[in-house]
Write a new protein. Structure first.
Length: 466
């Protein structure tokens, strides 16, 4: 016992000398309790280690909130000038550079709730600039290109600094993801979406609007479109009238675009289209009307939807923009892969000017534009990307009911439906739902409707004031 006291005295004396040399000790009285506290907070000291997800930060209070995977709960720890931050490669970071959604290995003093070291976990992968994805919330997974990843109740979603829900992810968003093996731990919406409303658009109702990443939509009265944030060229057309504008979309905000200055011309212009089909017996529809392809087809200037079908072949849907006197459209359908004809079939469409440049054709997998006396590119593959095109199978007599938040306007795939509580005809497929209310922030959700024979109710969170 005497020996233990002696050793403890030597330790305290050594620490006292160390403090005198490093920090100065003039007029400072060190008690046994002060020395014990000094031992606890020495740089690098820790008594606990966890793997945890960053879910909150408070710069003023110098605290970070973590989600502990093992305990399934949140807790908050402080940091100070002695806390070290590192990326997954061991390079130094500042506390500000540590992003929400990062999976970290943390070392801390449990009693003091003080971080000693925070390191982005080297075992965790990160995918950036993810644009082509499919969410299947019912199955609890996300498809990215040809790979499937698992989602769980612990997967956290962030939009900026705000923690949001899976339903807040829009198909046009750009994401970054973190996880291990095939499990996703966190999703950050790096480029989100806002909303576009058309004003003074009466001349264009029934025509087309084209903007963003191949987004094509038929113009209807009182529309509210969900559009990726950023600056976009917007092209509108109808009955020979066409125009282009630039619009800036802010995340979560509604932007209005006035079409009133695009004056209606008295003279409607037309271009002549000649079709070369493979197979030759294929049927062609322009804007839903079957046409006779044995002769040249007169089409108004502007954007048109073309659908080509034939027994035993995949159906092809593409969009062309008629903008000059004439063009030849060579269309080849692919053989049907199974007994079900898909409205998102594959095939190719090549545009050749005849005799002068006339048509530019915009598709999902690229842009084909005729220029001069030559044709560049061809459209092959994925058919239409018209917003709200669900290739839906009707379930007659049943409804999708929107029950909350009461009093908000509902837009389904950009089209106005009504004031909550409201409903719309049920069809199996995926829908983009936008909720809007004056004085509140608009919110958009992606919902999936199954084919069961019953009404399907949905209730969403209350909107937040602007």
């Amino acid at each position: 016992m005497h020996k233990n006291y002696k050793n403890k005295g030597i330790l305290y004396a050594g620490l006292l000398l160390l403090l005198c040399f490093t920090a100065g000790c003039k007029d400072r009285v060190l008690t046994e309790e002060t020395v014990k506290e000094t031992v606890k907070v020495m740089p690098g000291a820790y008594d606990s280690v966890d793997k945890a997800l960053v879910v909150g930060k408070n710069k003023e209070k110098q605290t970070i909130t973590f989600f502990n995977f093992r305990l399934k709960k949140n807790y908050t720890l402080g940091y100070d000038g002695t806390t070290c931050f590192y990326d997954k490669y061991g390079s130094s970071l500042s506390a500000e550079q540590l992003k929400k959604g990062e999976v970290t290995d943390i070392y801390f003093l449990k009693g003091e709730k003080l971080l000693s070291q925070v390191m982005v976990s080297p075992q965790v992968w990160q995918l950036s600039e993810v644009k082509n994805f499919q969410l299947d919330l019912k199955a609890g997974r996300m498809k990215i290109q040809d790979a499937y990843y698992t989602l769980s109740e612990d997967t956290v979603v962030f939009s900026g600094d705000e923690q949001v829900e899976f339903l807040d992810i829009h198909e046009g968003d750009t994401l970054s993801l973190r996880g291990n093996d095939k499990e996703i731990f966190s999703i950050n919406i790096e480029q989100g979406h806002g909303y576009l409303r058309l004003e003074n658009a009466e001349y264009f109702i029934g025509g087309w609007i084209e903007l963003g990443r191949g987004l094509v939509k038929k113009i209807e009265e009182d529309m509210l479109l969900t559009v990726p944030e950023g600056t976009h060229k917007v092209y509108v057309s109808h009955t020979g009238l066409e125009g282009e504008k630039e619009v800036k979309i802010l995340r979560g905000k509604e932007t209005k675009m006035d079409l009133g200055d695009l004056k209606k011309d008295d003279l409607i212009k037309y271009g002549n289209l000649i079709f070369v089909l493979e197979p030759s017996e294929a049927k062609v529809y322009i804007d839903g009307k079957e046409i006779d392809t044995n002769r040249s087809v007169k089409a108004e200037y502007g954007l048109h939807q073309i659908m080509v079908t034939a027994d035993g072949y995949e159906t092809l849907i593409q969009y062309i923009r008629v903008s000059a006197e004439g063009a030849t459209l060579a269309i080849t359908l692919d053989k049907e892969k199974d007994k079900t004809v898909s409205a998102n079939g594959t095939g190719s469409l090549t545009v050749t000017p005849t005799p002068v440049p006339s048509v530019s054709s915009n598709g999902v997998s690229g842009n084909t534009t005729t220029s001069g006396n030559s044709t560049t590119g061809s459209i092959t593959g994925s058919g239409t990307n018209i917003q709200g095109s669900n290739n839906a199978v009707s379930t007659t007599g049943y409804k999708v009911e929107i029950k909350a938040p009461v009093g908000a306007e509902v837009y389904v795939d950009g089209n106005y439906v009504g004031i909550i509580p409201t409903s719309f005809k049920k069809q199996k497929g995926t829908y983009q739902i936008v909720l809007r209310k004056s004085g509140y922030e608009s919110r958009s959700y992606t919902i999936e409707v199954q084919g069961e024979e019953r009404d399907v109710p949905f209730s969403f969170s209350e909107l937040q004031p602007n």
